[in-house]
Design a protein around this ligand. Structure first.
Ligand code: SF4
Length: 502
């Protein structure tokens, strides 16, 4: 038998057409998957996240077998062990893989002499992004987004953006509607035999440290399921997505959010097809532009920008800690304690049940609390990567270190996203059921967010003084007659949070 090349498929590159399998057939290669014990043991994963990745890998392997590929699906202590065993057992001419999505994986595959081919899972390659960034003094998302719109010809009328504006964000900051409306429903996919086997395998592995509710069909494990989710979003949720995309409701975990990020991040969907489906619906059905533009900005703007800066700023970026924050991730986050803060408890309940919270819950509840109490950025990044259904190094490092924790000194976000209870009170219904008062900053019933917010400003006054976007907030802090008492309360709540007693 002649030696064949082997295509190694990583767990977040599950596509027949966007990676190394693109121009290959069952006659020209065999395929290798490695389920690595070390990858599962690397951190504490949400049970649904671990299940999703393994189940999606096994489903994709099955699809390739059905197409006629010879698939070697290995369980091994590490990726390297799995590859070595494959090489021992097969006549391999050479190994090929798609350019991986993490710095660490690139180094590991290169060390193994594996040929890396172009990664087409994104609309922008790392090289294209670096080329774009090298022509600019600052690397701002809004500039990148406009470049993407023009370059990809999405939502354009000739050289101009449709509707005459690039960004309709100002229309998309409405608080929750008070009309008690029903939000679009999504299909829950039944667990098949492969899913059930993954559940059993995870349950049987006593060495794993998993948390969270078991899978119950929320997250697509195949491209077919992901296309169902995309179709439902375009049909029912996209028209009402925009206005309330920043709102938070206790009884409604997703509102009109797409819940497509896990499918995109595994490679089950391509961002190009998602953006084009949204644009096509806009042009055919005359959907509200603020909804369509807001969603398209998430997909071709924000997501690709985060991917780009992950490569641009390199592997050490995740260790940035400009605000000198060293507190551990609090036990309330890790499920080792409860909390009386209703907004935090409700967000964590959603996280426990579905490994999901939407972007404002991530940024303005969990991220805001981490920023104002000085949680270590690296520890927070690791926790979020393991806890969210769409967690990945390239997603979480810029979003947590740069956006939420301002630990990169403002390279990514022009100001820290710190806020008191007033913002959460305006944008959610959480405060109604909370024992704390969002308007109070001192006393036992003071909202922890509010006390911590003023303390954060006071603590970082020197560092933030030169930031013109912070001038008003710092001036407000200096005018507080009870700043000392507020800061004293903030120290108390930081300790209580750390001890799991808040
Ligand atoms: Fe959250 Fe403060 Fe509102 Fe309670 S009062 S829900 S802690 S913002």
């Amino acid at each position: 038998m002649t030696a064949l090349p082997t295509v190694l498929i990583l767990g977040d590159q599950l596509s027949r057409y966007n990676g190394a399998l693109r121009s290959r057939s069952p006659q020209t290669c065999r395929v290798l998957f490695v389920e690595s014990t070390a990858a599962l043991a690397r951190r504490r994963w949400h049970r649904q996240r671990a299940h999703l990745v393994i189940s999606a890998m096994r489903h994709f392997a099955e699809e390739l077998r059905e197409e006629g590929f010879e698939v070697d699906y290995r369980h091994a202590p590490s990726l390297e062990d799995g590859i070595a065993a494959h090489r021992r057992d097969h006549d391999v001419s050479h190994l090929v893989a798609t350019w991986p999505n993490t710095h660490r994986a690139v180094a590991r595959l290169e060390a193994l002499g594996i040929e890396l081919v172009r990664n087409r899972f994104f609309l922008t390659t790392a090289d294209e992004f670096v080329g774009w960034a090298s022509e600019r003094a600052s690397v701002r998302m809004e500039d990148f987004y406009r470049w993407q719109r023009r370059r990809l010809d999405v939502l354009m009328d000739g050289d101009e953006p449709v509707g005459g504006r690039w960004n309709f964000d100002a229309d998309n900051r409405e608080p929750p509607p008070k009309d008690g409306r029903a939000w679009p429903e999504i299909t829950r996919f039944g667990l098949d035999a492969i899913d059930e086997q993954v559940v059993a395998d995870l349950d049987a592995d006593a060495a794993l440290d998993l948390w969270g509710a078991p899978p119950s069909g929320w997250w697509p494990v195949t491209r077919e399921q992901a296309l169902v989710r995309l179709g439902e979003f375009i049909e029912h949720a996209l028209p009402v997505f925009g206005a309330h995309e920043d709102a938070m409701l206790h009884a409604e975990w997703k509102l009109a959010h797409s819940t497509l990020s896990s499918s995109l991040n595994l490679g089950l969907l391509h961002p190009g097809e998602v953006a084009h489906a949204a644009e096509d619906a806009y042009r055919r059905r005359d959907l509200p532009l603020n909804s369509v533009e807001g969603f398209v900005r998430q997909v071709i703007g924000w997501r690709e920008y985060v991917w780009g800066v992950y490569w641009l700023w390199g592997p050490d970026y995740v260790d940035s800690n400009e605000l000198d924050a060293h507190a551990p991730v609090p036990p309330a986050f890790t499920g080792d304690a409860t909390t009386e803060m209703a907004c935090v408890a409700n967000t964590l309940e959603s996280l426990h049940d579905r490994a999901y919270a939407h972007h404002i819950e991530r940024l303005m509840v969990l991220g805001n609390l981490a920023l104002s109490t000085g949680i270590d950025p690296r520890a927070m990044t690791d926790w979020m990567t393991g806890s969210f259904i769409d967690g990945a190094d390239w997603v979480m490092a810029p979003n947590v270190v740069g956006m939420a924790l301002h630990a990169d000194g403002g390279r990514m976000a022009t100001k820290p996203y710190a806020s008191g209870g007033a913002y959460i009170n305006k944008m959610s219904d959480h405060c109604k059921g909370c024992r704390f008062n969002p308007k109070k900053r001192t006393g036992d019933d003071a909202c922890p967010f509010t006390s911590l917010y003023w303390d954060f400003l006071a603590r970082n006054e020197e560092r933030l003084r030169g930031n013109h976007r912070m001038g008003q907030q710092l001036a407000g802090m200096r005018r507080l007659a009870d700043l000392d008492a507020t800061r004293e309360r903030a120290q108390e709540v930081a300790v209580l949070l750390r001890e799991g007693r808040l």
